[in-house]
Write a protein that binds this ligand. Structure first.
Ligand code: GLN
Length: 487
């Protein structure tokens, strides 16, 4: 089958743009046509910025003609609808922001745009990034390109589905408790959650500020390294972004992982793990052995408490962050309100969906004066224990290998009425956010019924190079990332 433009990775398209085999306008048109043809089935886009995209592409083509190019010049990308984009509606998947047009853009997008990237549009997500299935979006669910009866994962479901459906060359998502890695795993793409502080969150709508991070979703590991390199680094507008040099992530992809010490935490290889996931992990371990890695059995003893800890801290922070949606300055304002308090109550009641309301209630409860010590403070203490689990483990190993999710993608509707089951699907991704370190999800196999299964590599803080190098070596030795969902 001949390669279509929409099938290309960033580095492949970059080469074709450089050699003038295709122009950015052609590439952008190809992606827009692909979105038009496939999105009625997938639902990954909330907004398509067609005119803007073509205008950006023309500018990029002029830069290419002048020889002023970088890796991202003329590359068509799309963003989760949590990233503010100046002049382009940004909803965060919520009715309360259905009419919100931001006056400025997120730093991460500014950086990509500054390198000549083209914006195709804004992607579907769980409302305020709360969810694991993309079903809490007020725009309806996005669907898994491998089986449209299944969820694409969440909350960056549209970001993963758009990559898997080849509607965008790459996308950005956010990860508070797994929202980049879990959808990447379910859709068969690469997704990286950088270390807390590695990437600016300025202009990214806040969910849980001590956990949120921005990261790429891509076709392969090289693209992931390219995007991370472009968005990482200190931003004076985000005091939590760390002022440390950004390594050349692409140069780290040497293919050599001989002697790399990989930890296998016993708490992550439990009974009840889906048999297809189990088999995929066993094969991945074998592949790494052949590549010369050494395996070490390790323990992360507080893993069992991670989900409960996360759902106290994340909801507490969310209840505070979401207080700003009051109908006063922006977003939905109830048209039939009687006075200020009634206006705020009605605006919030009408604007927020069920899952968001549930989280605000849990978080407010956990922070209330009588329960603060019992819930919020306790959760913070357990978070410290979980962090120490990782610090100790990384004294022995360079990276930690685990599944991304306990099962492949589930059916739309299967868990939506059972929040606890939904929350448990993040059991392997949440500890990384609580510990503040980095992790990558990459394609590692398929279930018997044809759904992608991902592998997670967790790295030491600010050591994204090592997990990228290990992921790249695996990718070189396998061809899972080359499989394409038929649409
Ligand atoms: N599924 C988790 C939640 O609902 C994680 C979401 C995220 O990472 N944004 O909170």
């Amino acid at each position: 089958m001949p390669m279509e433009i929409f099938d290309l990775t960033i580095h492949e398209l970059h080469d074709k743009l450089e050699s003038k085999e295709v122009s950015s306008v052609e590439a952008t048109r190809a992606m827009l046509a692909r979105i038009e043809a496939t999105d009625p089935k997938i639902g990954s886009f909330i907004t398509v910025t067609k005119e803007q995209a073509l205008a950006d592409a023309e500018v990029a083509d002029r830069c290419i003609a002048d020889g002023k190019t970088g890796m991202l010049t003329g590359i068509p990308l799309a963003l989760k609808d949590i990233f503010l984009t100046e002049g382009v509606r940004t909803t965060c998947g919520s009715r309360i922001l259905h009419n919100f047009i931001p006056p400025y853009s997120a730093t991460s997008w500014e950086k990509l745009k500054g390198q000549g990237a083209v914006l195709l549009g804004k992607l579907n997500q769980d409302e305020f990034a709360m969810g694991s299935s993309n079903e809490s979006s007020c725009f309806g669910p996005s669907r898994n390109p491998w089986n449209t009866e299944c969820i694409p994962g969440g909350s960056s479901g549209g970001s993963a589905a758009a990559v898997a459906a080849r509607q965008a060359t790459a996308t950005l998502g956010t990860d508070t408790g797994g929202s980049i890695r879990q959808p990447a795993s379910h859709c068969g793409c690469v997704g990286l959650k950088p270390t807390y502080g590695r990437v600016s969150r300025y202009g990214v709508i806040a969910y849980a500020s001590s956990l949120d991070q921005v990261g790429p979703l891509t076709r392969d590991v090289t693209d992931c390294a390219v995007i991370l390199g472009a968005i990482a680094g200190h931003d004076p507008k985000d005091s939590t972004s760390v002022d440390a040099p950004v390594p050349d992530y692409k140069a780290a992809l040497t293919g050599n992982i001989k002697g790399l010490r990989i930890g296998l935490p016993k708490e992550y290889f439990i009974e009840g793990l889906d048999p297809d996931v189990q088999k995929t992990m066993a094969q991945a371990i074998e592949t790494y052995r052949k590549l010369g890695a050494d395996f070490v059995d390790i323990s992360l003893p507080h893993t069992d408490f991670a989900v409960a800890t996360y759902y106290l801290i994340a909801t507490a922070e969310a209840s505070s962050n979401l207080a700003r949606y009051d109908g006063v300055r922006f977003g939905h304002r109830s048209p039939q309100a009687d006075g200020l308090i009634d206006m705020m109550t009605k605006s919030r009641s009408e604007g927020f969906g069920l899952e968001v309301k549930r989280r605000i209630m849990i978080g407010t409860y956990a922070l209330s004066s009588g329960y603060y010590d019992a819930y919020y403070v306790k959760a913070q203490k357990v978070r410290t224990l979980i962090m120490h689990d990782f610090i100790r483990a990384f004294e022995e190993v360079d990276v930690i290998l685990t599944p991304v999710a306990p099962t492949p993608a589930f059916k739309i509707g299967e868990k939506i009425n059972d929040p606890l089951q939904m929350y448990l699907s993040d059991i392997f991704t949440i500890p990384v956010n609580l510990a503040g370190t980095c992790a990558i999800a990459l394609p590692a196999g398929f279930s018997a019924n044809g759904l992608p299964i991902g592998l997670q590599l967790i790295g030491k803080p600010f050591n994204e190079e090592t997990i990228l190098r290990a992921a790249h070596a695996f990718e070189q030795a396998t061809d899972w990332h080359n499989r394409k969902a038929e649409l």
